[in-house]
Ligand binder design. Structure first.
Ligand code: PEP
Length: 253
């Protein structure tokens, strides 16, 4: 049975003290929640990965990185390798986020190389894919999603070690959420693609998250869709009470 994952992507937010306080409060809140098949993940800025890992050791959440370099090691000033993330026992790493595709010109080819480095180091990639508003209006959303799946997962073996996040770019940080039906349509397309390119088992076991202005007010409707297995949450993951509420809703469903 596939997991429901509630993952927070903090992006470039929070000071060290704010991160510390949030993580302690989250730990306390999780003490009161029976998570069952729900998994909670926090992706803090890389500077706080050690702090977050330490706190997570005695708590019920996992840690993910927000980025990884596509090279194994070497002269890449400021970068972080998959082996370094592995040496800190991280479980997940986000790749292919639209902000990295846009501001750092990351191509599907580069994202694919990052994914393979993560797999070599036993880290589960959270592969983000999604269309722009322009592409949706042109009616090419499905083509874009399929091309990103083909490119990002090219030559990749999947066995319970990939999470996919569908994040329509027009819904990220804008307050506009895809309707549950719009999201479900693309999630089902992704699941069918997994079945065609891998197997029915892989398609049924792979968690497909939705991301794009998910918040306590819309999480229930979105998670009630049959192919939405959790959320990758930006803005609302910065507030511990909103984030905890979303976890509670996921557990209740
Ligand atoms: C994200 O950045 O992955 C995201 C979904 O952000 P937000 O929830 O703020 O739209």
């Amino acid at each position: 049975m596939r997991k429901t994952i509630i993952a927070g992507n903090w992006k470039m937010n929070k000071t060290f003290l704010e991160a510390d306080i949030f993580l302690f409060e989250l730990s306390e809140n999780l003490e009161k929640i029976e998570l069952g098949t729900v998994e909670v993940v926090i992706c803090p800025p890389s500077l706080y990965l050690e702090l977050a890992s330490d706190i997570a050791t005695d708590s019920k959440f996992h840690i993910g990185a927000q980025n990884v370099n596509d090279n194994a090691d070497g002269a890449f000033t400021g970068e972080i390798s998959a082996a370094m993330l592995h040496s800190m026992d991280l479980k997940y790493c986000i790749i292919g986020h639209s902000e990295r595709r846009k501001y750092y010109s990351e191509s599907d080819e580069m994202i694919n190389a990052k994914l393979k480095k993560l797999h070599e180091n036993e880290i589960i990639p959270i592969l983000c894919i999604g269309e722009t508003l322009e592409q949706r209006e042109q009616g090419i959303t499905k083509d874009i999603i399929l091309a990103q799946l083909d490119g990002g997962l090219n030559g990749v073996e999947i066995e319970d070690n990939v999470v996919i996040a569908y994040e329509p770019i027009w819904a990220i940080g804008t307050g506009k959420t895809a309707t549950p039906q719009q999201a479900q349509e693309i999630h089902s397309l992704i699941r069918n693609w997994l079945e065609e390119n891998y197997s029915k088992d892989i398609s049924e076991e792979t968690s497909i998250l939705y991301g794009g202005s998910m918040k306590p007010e819309n999480v229930k409707e979105l998670l009630s869709q049959s192919d939405i297995d959790g959320g990758l949450i930006g803005g609302a993951s910065l507030d511990v009470s909103k984030f905890s509420k979303m976890i509670e809703t996921a557990v209740e469903l």
